[in-house]
Design a binder for this molecule. Structure first.
Ligand SMILES: Cc1cc2nc3c(=O)[nH]c(=O)nc-3n(C[C@H](O)[C@H](O)[C@H](O)COP(=O)(O)OP(=O)(O)OC[C@H]3O[C@@H](n4cnc5c(N)ncnc54)[C@H](O)[C@@H]3O)c2cc1C
Length: 386
């Protein structure tokens, strides 16, 4: 019997398992994929996420993968160019963009070092019930067999198409459809050592330096872009990059595409109910948003910390645990609704002249520019963590 079973072993699940195991709980962490394994992502972790990696003692390990600290940011739009240092936050002197096969493996290994029982290649196929309370999981083992495991709490950290959410029937609290699609690949030979953001009517692009001297170039287009097929996706990608910023023509012509083009059209925006009897959802499983503001990884870390903090010593006492889970759910919805609204605005890919006019103040006012960069990074208004 475990205290907690966590389903899904990436940013949300491995972090939750790590933090609960460090508090001395018996944790089983089940992951369908065999690690190390990549996943669709444009990699960027804002300063609050980087700071959490530092506080969890994992930042050096992540940096050792060779991903540079991104100490500078630029934001370009029609008639707009803001460029300057990335605001520091806590232990984070900038953003980071580690490859996901590296980051997620570091997190899962850290959870295992903390005492969690990490099993990859294990896919949860069903839940065990005790009346109307979730009491465990049924999962397929790497050898093709089936096993059961029981726990006081099952945490679904299994991504936007969460099996746990489906199996418990977690209702949507809010759904806002799909606004964009993402096309990205890796380039060598691009200049710049910071995060570059480009935005125009109907297209956004991001240049994200990652490991091995490569830069991930992401382009987001409206989801209903007409006539986009597998065959013309590369053309749409390059045209979208230039639509986001014509100045990208020169570096992309001089650079070299080093990987295939990745494409993701399944980018829903929603909140699901975050808990019920014997279960909770964390990360994308409970709340997914368009990656326009690149907050998913940082949010997964923050929600893992919130859930582990609320649960604290309540596991084992059903009444106290119910209260803790309710607190987690209320706090999640309270904290993540305003940035969700902001992100929906960004993902509509319709920067207005009035917004651009406000942002242009940052071209001559470094303090205002810093505030813009802090808002983009999701840096809270309060004082930094000790
Ligand atoms: C195209 C794209 C670009 C993005 N870019 C960024 C970015 O630049 N910055 C950023 O912060 N965020 C970005 N995001 C969002 C970010 O990737 C997610 O928010 C983040 O990965 C959420 O982590 P998670 O652990 O909740 O879910 P996931 O990363 O989806 O992990 C869920 C895990 O659960 C496992 N799983 C699923 N079902 C089962 C099962 N039945 N049994 C066992 N295991 C299971 C899966 O194998 C998977 O490993 C992007 C997302 C996309 C799609």
């Amino acid at each position: 019997m475990y205290d907690v079973i966590v389903v899904g072993g990436r940013c949300a699940g491995a972090a939750t398992a790590l933090l609960l195991a460090r508090r001395g709980h018996r944790v089983l962490l089940l992951e369908r994929a065999r690690f190390p394994r990549d996943t669709l992502s444009t990699l960027y972790i804002h300063q609050p996420g980087v700071d959490r990696l530092a506080r969890w003692g994992l930042l050096d390990e992540v940096r050792a993968t060779g991903c540079p600290l991104l100490r500078r940011v630029s934001l370009s739009g029609p008639g707009l160019r803001l460029e300057g240092p990335a605001p520091a936050w806590g232990a984070a002197g900038g953003g980071l963009a580690p490859r996901r096969h590296a980051l997620d493996t570091i997190l899962a290994r850290a959870a295992a070092r903390a005492g969690a029982d990490f099993r990859d290649g294990c896919s949860v196929t069903g839940l065990l019930w005790d009346g109307d309370t979730v009491a465990g999981v049924r999962y397929r083992t790497p050898g093709g067999g089936t096993d059961d495991a029981r726990a006081r709490l099952v945490v679904g950290a299994d991504g936007r198409n969460s099996s746990v959410a489906r199996l418990v029937g977690a209702p949507y609290l809010r759904e806002d459809g799909r606004l964009t699609l993402a096309l990205y690949t890796y380039w060598s030979g691009l200049p710049g050592d910071g995060l570059g953001l480009y935005s125009a009517l109907g297209a956004a692009a991001a240049l994200v330096p990652t490991q091995d001297g490569l830069t991930l170039v992401n382009v987001q287009l409206p989801r209903d872009t007409p006539g986009l097929t597998r065959d013309n996706a590369r053309h749409a990608y390059l045209a979208g990059a230039l639509r986001a910023c014509a100045d990208l023509a020169e570096p992309l012509a001089a650079g070299r595409q080093e990987d295939r083009l990745f494409r993701c059209t399944d980018l829903p925006n929603f909140f699901r109910r975050a808990y019920g009897p014997g279960w909770a959802l964390v990360g994308d499983a409970g709340h997914h948003k368009d990656p326009a503001s690149a907050q998913g990884i940082s949010d997964a870390f923050a929600q893992a910390e919130l859930l582990a903090g609320c649960l604290a010593e309540t596991i084992g006492d059903p009444a106290l645990m119910e209260k803790a889970l309710r607190q987690y759910a209320e706090e999640r919805d309270r904290r993540w609704t305003p940035p969700y609204e902001f992100n929906l605005g960004v993902a509509r890919l319709t920067p207005t002249e009035s917004h651009l006019a406000v942002l242009r103040q940052g071209e001559t006012d470094p303090l205002f520019r810093d505030q813009v960069f802090r808002a983009l990074a999701g840096i809270p208004a309060e004082v930094p963590p000790a």
